[in-house]
Design a protein around this ligand. Structure first.
Ligand code: HEC
Length: 149
């Protein structure tokens, strides 16, 4: 009886750990998706004319992006050792082998945002801002993001 309980407890604990790890992965993925919402669903769409230029929306998107980017290092502190179920992208194990290098990809994004903040006034300046920020996102993705499907 004792043994059965130990086995049951061990199973429960490991199921709990797997669930906690999935939550970590989801949390990391949600941060990236939130950044994508600001940069792609708002800023890029405006540069393409898919949605009309709107100064307030631009400023809000940049502020949200800035807040999200500041959370990357901490959000990726723990290696969930698994991908989000059905995700298109996952984190490379390299993130946690070279966490300092991974973290070093964040300040350039912050600088790109700071450089354009308060200076975007029209679609042309928004386009330039989009490219300069997105290039820095790509710098990290090239090494640390894996395409899963
Ligand atoms: C320091 C590294 C780093 C930076 C900087 C970074 N990302 Fe990511 N990004 C990742 C990693 C690792 C993944 C894969 C794991 C995940 O999705 O959580 C990822 C995944 C993504 C995904 C795919 C999410 C999905 O599963 O569909 C999007 C979209 C994304 N990032 C957008 C951005 C944008 C926009 C920026 C710039 C504002 C950015 N990222 C900056 C590391 C980074």
């Amino acid at each position: 009886m004792k043994r059965v309980m130990i086995v049951a407890t061990t199973l429960l604990l490991s199921a709990g750990a797997v669930m906690a790890q999935q939550q970590v992965a989801v949390h990391q993925d949600n941060l990236m998706r939130s950044q994508a919402k600001s940069l792609y669903s708002v800023i890029q769409k405006m540069t393409k004319g898919d949605i009309p230029y709107n100064q307030k929306a631009v400023d809000e998107a940049l502020a949200n992006l800035e807040a999200d980017v500041a959370k990357i290092a901490k959000t990726f502190e723990v290696n969930p050792k698994q991908d989000v179920v059905n995700a298109s992208y996952g984190a490379s194990p390299k993130v946690w082998q070279n966490k300092a290098d991974f973290d070093s990809k964040i300040p350039p994004v912050q600088k790109a945002i700071a450089d354009v903040k308060g200076k975007i006034t029209d679609v042309a300046s928004l386009k330039a801002a989009y490219t300069s920020i997105n290039d820095r996102c790509t710098d990290c993705h090239e090494t640390y993001r894996l395409k899963l499907k």
